[in-house]
Design a protein around this ligand. Structure first.
Ligand code: OKP
Ligand code: ZN
Length: 342
């Protein structure tokens, strides 16, 4: 396996996130990537390479131009109006139609879906480096006879065509899928095993049949992203039948998880993609502070082994996982399980 990793994420470290009426320390911290990188290196899973700089033309295949311009400029704009602190929305557009916003907080409110996702001076740089890792992983997959992992931070699966939230700014998995299509793939499947519904990825490809989106997650009745991730969201137009959600009840264990996973793998197998992107979050792990699922470390090895049985060229893209003492071992177990079954 080749791992693509950029250290540029380290300077993206928010001052806090708003949760249940209080400001809390951020869960999405640089140490997450350090723990996962250390585990990949300790297991001798293969070389770690840095990505080349991002192809900005590819960004506009996934995100709208005004949104990208917003992400790049908003922190400096915010500081000019509010002083030097992280950019946080406290007003939200929420579907209302308005004339284009001009104040920094109003611009934030046009594109933010939550107040968990501070934008710092380094967020744009870090998000671009994270996206570059995902895109480079897709590029390497062409020549490689082995899987490629993008050790992305910040994560990407909650970022929509023109929205950010859930610690995500650019949709790394969607960008990797677009690169695979550019390189000649006819069909790509994205299997999202992060504990949270991959709402951004679902939205981006909802009316398309060339990228199938599949997500297994804790039920949005009780957790982020709250509004989507139900099983009746199946795609629309040409994309009808190409989006699959498998929400799981709180306290679901490995048996319940594997039951859902087998159905998802069957659905992907019948689609017959040329490549699969695994949105690899390990926040379904028991004891994760954002999760109510109960997968232990050996469970992640079992999940990896089942996914390997697809025998399709595979890119892993890192998403969530917030228990610092567990995520290195859980990612390592997943990858070892995958390789052992190959
Ligand atoms: C991002 B990803 C829980 C706060 C949850 C949002 C969770 C975003 C998860 N106390 N805040 O899918 O890992
Ligand atoms: Zn998550």
């Amino acid at each position: 396996m080749i791992t693509v990793y950029s250290p540029a994420h380290k300077d993206h470290w928010g001052q806090g996130e708003f949760f249940a009426g209080r400001m809390m320390d951020c869960y999405e911290v640089p140490e997450r990537a350090a723990r996962i990188l250390a585990s990949v290196q300790a297991l001798n899973l293969g070389p770690v390479v840095a990505p080349p700089s991002l192809d900005h033309a590819l960004l506009s295949k996934v995100h709208d131009a005004d949104y990208l311009e917003f992400l790049e400029t908003i922190h400096a704009h915010w500081v000019s109006e509010n002083g030097d602190c992280d950019a946080f929305p406290y007003v939200f557009l929420s579907g209302r139609s308005v004339r284009p916003a001009t104040a920094a907080v109003a611009r934030l409110g046009q594109f933010a879906t939550d107040a968990c996702s501070p934008i710092t001076a380094q967020t744009w740089t870090a998000a671009c480096a994270s996206a570059a890792s995902a895109v480079h992983a897709a590029e390497l997959l062409r020549a490689a006879d082995e899987p490629v992992m993008a050790l992305c931070r910040p994560p990407g699966h909650h970022a929509g065509r023109r929205s950010y939230g859930g610690y995500c700014f650019l949709n790394n998995g969607a960008l990797a899928a677009e690169r695979l299509l550019q390189a000649g793939a006819g069909r790509v499947a994205i299997l999202d095993i992060d504990n949270h519904h991959g709402n951004g990825t679902q939205e981006i490809f909802y009316e398309r049949s060339d990228v199938m989106t599949v997500s297994i997650h804790g039920t949005p009745d009780i957790q982020f992203p709250w509004f989507t991730g139900y099983s009746d969201e199946t795609g629309a137009g040409k994309g009808e039948g190409f989006n699959l959600n498998r929400p799981l009840q709180a306290n679901s264990d490995l048996a319940a998880y594997e039951h859902a996973l087998i159905g998802c793998l069957d659905h992907i197998g019948r689609y017959g993609p040329d490549a699969i992107i695994v949105a690899l979050g390990v926040d379904a792990g028991e004891g994760d502070p954002t999760s109510q699922l109960r997968i232990d470390t050996s469970g992640f090895a079992a999940i990896g082994a089942r996914i390997a049985s697809l025998a399709i060229p595979t890119v892993f893209i890192m998403e969530g996982g917030y228990n610092l003492d567990r995520i290195g071992g859980d990612v390592g177990a997943f990858l070892q399980g995958w390789h052992a079954a190959r």
